[in-house]
Design a binder for this molecule. Structure first.
Ligand code: CP
Length: 321
């Protein structure tokens, strides 16, 4: 594996899920692979889970890890080509990425969208330039439009917990929030679940208020409804997440019906397990009674971030000479 940017970088979905679960049962079985290899993690935005789980995954594989908080400690980056850098930017992505590639065998980068210009965000210009100029394998720690380590984790967690059901009903449910959030997590979750559905592994439904449609390129094959009740009926897994509007880009639109999931609306599910990538705003996005109750999977899900990252890093290390 040379890059991990989207589900398209995975040839065989069941095999990488099985590999993550195998690593969970045998975390140090491949310590030799990362000996004298360095992982560099570059953050342009905050993180708790992605940062710590990817570090832990690399350490389990015997790697050394360097973390660069580019937003706080790095030079202000220029990403556009052909501009005279007479303003606030100090270093071009061409040099910055190339230099980091000389220090590291594998790089990870997190870069959120600005949510101001849809075309710019969805072009993934910064991320693609980073991958092009660094010259080493790159794992996405969340880009403007996708969060593949989270989505692989989510599929691993669903696989681990689908018991007694051959093809679980998985629902991505929009939730309220006080801030405009990116579409990266729901885009990515949908992209991975649509692929899993196409391979006969799950049934996938998305529920959101009108105006919150995700870009079609991420939702091909999903059943889409504006009724939370309809979506929840018979659900085995409910993946709760807020996102801002894609059509009215980056905006929070007025919503009249209640969309925050609490215990009262889970009654029609098939005892659904409730997931969220975290961080979650309690009693805004998801009721505390659900987060603290037996149906919540959020801590197990966050714990599984290690094994998803380890499976991806293992595949990248195996390709290094
Ligand atoms: N879910 C997730 O990516 O968490 P962090 O933003 O804390 O890394």
């Amino acid at each position: 594996m040379k890059q991990f940017f989207s589900v398209a970088d995975v040839e065989d979905l069941p095999s990488i899920v099985a590999e993550a679960l195998e690593l969970k049962s045998n975390p140090f079985g491949y310590e030799h692979l990362g000996r004298r290899k360095t992982l560099g993690l570059v953050f342009l935005n905050p993180s708790l889970r992605t940062r710590l789980s990817t570090q832990k995954a690399a350490i389990n594989l015997g790697m050394d890890v360097m973390v660069m908080n580019m937003d706080k400690d790095g030079w202000a980056l220029e990403t556009k080509d052909g501009v005279a850098m007479a303003g606030s930017t100090v270093e071009h992505i061409r040099e910055a990425a190339a230099v980091m590639g000389r220090y590291c065998d594998i790089l990870g980068m997190r870069s959120f969208p600005k949510l101001q210009d849809r075309e710019e965000d969805y072009s993934e210009d910064l991320f693609k330039k980073f991958m092009r100029y660094c010259g080493v394998p790159v794992v996405s720690l969340e880009s403007a439009t996708r969060h593949p380590l989270q989505s692989l984790t989510d599929l691993v967690t669903i696989r681990e917990h689908w018991q007694g059901v051959s093809k679980p009903k998985v629902v991505l449910a929009w939730a309220p929030h006080v801030k405009a959030l990116p579409q990266a997590v729901p885009n990515s979750f949908s992209e991975w679940m649509c692929r899993a559905q196409a391979e006969g592994l799950v049934d996938f439904t998305i529920a959101h208020p009108q105006g919150y449609e995700l870009a079609e390129e991420f939702t091909n094959g999903a059943a889409i409804t504006h009724s939370l009740d309809e979506a929840l009926t018979g659900a085995d897994f409910v993946y709760v997440k807020n996102w801002s509007s894609y059509s009215d880009y980056g905006k929070i639109l007025p919503v009249t019906a209640p969309w925050m999931i609490d215990n009262s609306v889970l009654g029609t599910t098939n005892g659904a397990k409730v997931m969220h990538c975290l961080p979650v705003r309690r009693d805004v996005e998801l009721a505390s009674e659900v987060l603290d109750g037996p149906q919540a999977l959020v801590i197990e899900e966050a714990a599984n971030r290690v094994w998803a990252a380890q499976a991806v890093l293992k595949r990248m290390l195996e390709q290094l000479t």
